[in-house]
Design a protein around this ligand. Structure first.
Ligand SMILES: Nc1ncnc2c1ncn2[C@@H]1O[C@H](COP(=O)(O)OP(=O)(O)OP(=O)(O)O)[C@@H](O)[C@H]1O
Ligand SMILES: [Mg+2]
Length: 510
């Protein structure tokens, strides 16, 4: 096996790290010497062949070639209907676009390390559901990586933080990135990382703050007699870039000027941080509400927190730091790097996985092994039919915030003589109404033919990656009938996966 790396596959930026022999994780720079790589793909076409370009150059191309650039693809992971059509006439799934990014990250890591990389731990937002986790693993596979684990981003960040033995206690990880928000409460004691609770919003990040700013800028241009920039997708791509840059400026200055040129006509919009904070106040409030909820559920108050970790580029916005520090009544930790902590923690986990499989010892925590215990961010449910044989209800079998891996068994009886199949439908979400939860998948399980009433035990489980599987036990014979992956409507099947891997393997990714 080659080297195992940790990959933070972000909505807007990705980072890669590896554990040094000294036991310290370090960021691996990309081929351009940058420590983070924009998760952006420009689909160039030469002589009828797609040549995807990943990173900063691709990001810079977004305003001039919006139809050839894919950004924020992480938001589309697990959406089976999403496609990108390149101008070269090729069609790509979200998993494939993510795989193109991963392939570039892998090749850059190989360049930096001077040896092949085969294995990786890839991080995901804690709030990602089964479909999105499976899609992420599949993207890794398509990129030619053996995905050792998918690890929750806040847990990874805490892992890099807690390597310093002096950092113990109750820790709140507040992770506001480019596309997602996660809030995770955990306890770190003596090398043990114990997640108590987690919540989040997988559609809340810098992207949404940019959207608000874009609307604001467009309105100001309209008020100055200009056209509606929101109507034109080429203008929109340019506006997105301007808005993001202006947003970042407002992190350090109180007022900034945004210069927008429309068909050669110049417009100047003056934007103040106060105004930006006003138009995004509800987004910030949502992060606060989710943090309150996690603490409340765990019975922990803000003042009981020993450490607050701000992770993700969007926590650089002064209003975020102010909010968290005001609520906690203490300064947030300054040692944690908002862009790197997740990748560094993933590298630690990659080394842990590597040493577990090779039997070698790694000593990262003063010679003691690290123990990481995480929880599920989504309740697992099963759909059953009521006695009226019509009404379907969703019953939670593994509640949210359960320790993973987690299992729940149900003893059922066959209803017909010679019944040879049992149908199960697995969901994620808390609502008893199946219409308000996400169907993970279903499976028709083969069972031996017995007279009606034969007992069968079905075990629903979350594996360590919080991916759902089902085990079936024939209680008549006492034999296991096997472990089954549910058939997921939202994900690629094995055949599609193989085809995608073959396709991406020959793509010249730069
Ligand atoms: N100085 C800054 N001020 C305000 N926002 C910033 C600043 N620097 C970066 N950001 C924002 O942070 C976001 C990127 O953060 P990060 O790289 O942590 O996200 P990500 O890992 O790509 O996303 P996610 O974790 O949600 O998948 C972008 O929206 C960017 O605009
Ligand atoms: Mg991130």
């Amino acid at each position: 096996m080659g080297r195992a790396i940790g990959i933070d596959l972000g909505t807007t930026y990705s980072a890669v790290a590896v554990l040094r022999p000294s036991g310290e994780p370090e960021i691996l720079p990309n081929r351009d010497g940058e420590e983070i790589t924009p998760s952006v793909v420009l689909f160039q076409n030469f002589d009828g062949r797609d040549e995807p370009l990943v990173g900063t150059m691709a990001k810079h191309s977004a305003p001039s070639a919006p139809d050839d650039v894919v950004q924020f693809v992480k938001r589309n992971m697990g959406d089976a209907a999403w496609r990108f059509d390149s101008s070269g006439g090729q069609t790509y799934t979200a998993e494939e676009v993510s795989a193109i990014i991963l392939k570039r990250l892998k090749e850059d890591a190989e360049l930096a390390l001077g040896e092949p990389v085969t294995d990786a731990v890839i991080t995901v937002p804690a709030y990602f559901d089964d479909a999105r986790r499976v899609a992420t693993k599949q993207a890794g596979k398509i990129a030619g990586l053996n995905v050792l684990r998918v690890l929750n981003e806040p847990t990874a960040a805490a892992l890099s933080f807690g390597l310093d033995a002096s950092e113990e206690g109750v820790v709140l990880v507040f992770d506001l990135g480019g596309g997602t928000f996660d809030v995770t409460l955990m306890r770190i004691t003596n090398g043990e990382f114990d997640v108590i609770g987690t919540d989040g919003d997988r559609n809340l990040g810098g992207f949404d703050f940019d959207n608000r700013f874009m609307e604001y800028l467009a309105q100001q241009v309209r008020e100055q007699g200009g056209p509606d920039l929101m109507d034109d997708h080429v203008q929109l791509a340019a506006l997105r870039e301007k808005a993001e840059i202006a947003k970042r400026s407002l992190t350090t200055v109180a007022t900034t000027n945004v210069h927008i040129s429309v068909d050669g006509r110049p417009f100047r919009v003056q934007a103040a941080r106060k105004e930006f904070e006003r138009i995004t106040a509800d987004l910030l409030r949502r992060t606060e509400d989710l943090a309150d909820l996690v603490l409340e559920e765990a019975g922990v108050t803000w003042s009981q927190l020993d450490h607050v970790l701000l992770v993700g580029g969007s926590t650089r916005m002064p209003m975020v730091r102010e909010l968290v520090e005001r609520r906690a009544g203490r300064p947030a930790n300054r040692r944690i790097h908002p862009d790197q902590a997740v990748a560094l923690g993933a590298a630690v986990q990659a080394a842990i996985e590597e040493s577990a499989s090779t039997g070698s010892q790694i000593e990262v925590f003063e010679g003691k092994p690290l123990v990481v215990s995480d929880v599920t961010s989504q309740a697992l449910g099963v759909v059953t039919v009521e006695d009226d044989r019509v009404t379907k209800i969703n019953t939670t079998v593994i509640p949210r915030n359960s320790k993973i891996p987690a299992k729940h068994s149900q003893d059922l009886q066959t209803v017909r003589d010679q019944q040879t199949a049992l149908h199960v439908e697995v969901t994620q979400g808390d609502d008893p109404n199946p219409d308000f939860v996400v169907v993970v998948g279903e499976k028709t399980l083969p069972i031996p033919a017995y007279p009606a009433g034969a007992p069968i035990r079905v075990t629903y489980a979350y594996d360590i990656d919080q991916v759902v599987f089902v085990e079936v036990l024939d209680l008549t014979s006492g034999k296991s009938l096997g472990t089954f992956e549910v058939d997921r409507a939202a994900n690629m099947n094995d055949r599609q996966l193989e085809a995608a891997a073959a396709r991406v393997a020959v793509l010249p990714v730069q």
